[in-house]
Design a protein around this ligand. Sequence first.
Ligand SMILES: *Cc1c(COP(=O)(O)O)cnc(C)c1O
Length: 393
Amino acid sequence: MNTIEKFNQHVMPTYGRLDIVLDKGSKQTATDEDGKQYIDFGSGIGTNSLGYCDSDWADAICAQARSIQHTSNYFYTKVQADFAAKLCETTGYNKVFFGNSGAEANECAIKLARKYSFDKYGKDANRNIIITLVNSFHGRTLATLSATGQDVFHNYFFPFLEGFVNVEANNIDDLKAKLAENKGKVCAVMFEFVQGEGGVCPLTKEFVDAIFEQCAEKDILTIADEVQTGVGRTGAVLTSKLFGVKPNITTLAKGLAGGVPVGACLADETCCDVLTKSTHGSTFGGNPLACAGGNVVLNKVSDPEFISEINRKGELFRKLLSEIDEVEGVDGLGLMIGVRLKTKKAADVLAQCAEKGLLILTAKEKLRFLPPLNISDENIISGMKIVKEVLEK
Ligand SMILES: *Cc1c(COP(=O)(O)O)cnc(C)c1O
């Protein structure tokens, strides 16, 4: 049996996969079982933020594996303390809870927001509604699926969790209307600054300002899901800084530890002590390997020079895309790039790029690029040559 046959016989068929078996990687290039090489503009959906097997990152993970790989959260570890301190310092938050994925980071945010209102307003107030946006994506667990504002996800698994109300993105009137309809019942508004899975769709500054204004007035917590947009991806440590706002809660995952599982729920001074002893937990949360990887990522991302390079490289992508006739327009920020096409189907372009040695992503009808944050100009240019060839065929 070859790898793909063995795989399909034993792994649940929950994903649409390309017929490629990736075997190893180095920098921005992955190699398959037959030795064919691919430049990677997808980074495992933005998780390999420093590319494949970055040497500083791999050294830190290996050293940690040889030192202590895991302890339960009944103990302290230095590596988790260092990572938490560095994360709070880099992002400006007070405290963090560690999980292992974006969905878990968001689950924590949902629980935190509900308990914040419970503690302050009491059980009978039923102040537990969380407003989320139409076309959002917050994860695959039942609570985060319930939060996700896309009907396609609301099948099969009934009943979903109660207490989520959707508002149309960038529609201030709808936001105000839903807040009025649910007056005194809303504990949080949760949103992505740039909807990733929804198709790389940014919020407007006006809409973001309206969220913060309304929430401040009504003691409603703001939750930014920066699982995809955070940790340098959009050309800032956090995308909230580009919008000039400070959410009460920010969730991170994907690129945070450079390709090992991690999730983080960051809270400011208003709510960082809401989740008290025994109200939340995770066996693997704050795992030393993840923290060791995260420390390396944060060391790079907290350097302003590294961030300005992300923006310069984003501009290089945009310039090269603007030279392709089939490209209708480009959305997103920094190295989170959505490409609108005039006539071609994104899924076909993805398959043809892979054929020619370039891995890309799609989001809805757009091409999506989430390359490693330290991608070389050379690989941007080589990869974009393939994109151009495929789009102009
Ligand atoms: C990927 C993603 C999630 C879910 O993360 P998992 O690690 O797959 O659980 C949640 N929110 C956003 C914005 C994401 O992009």
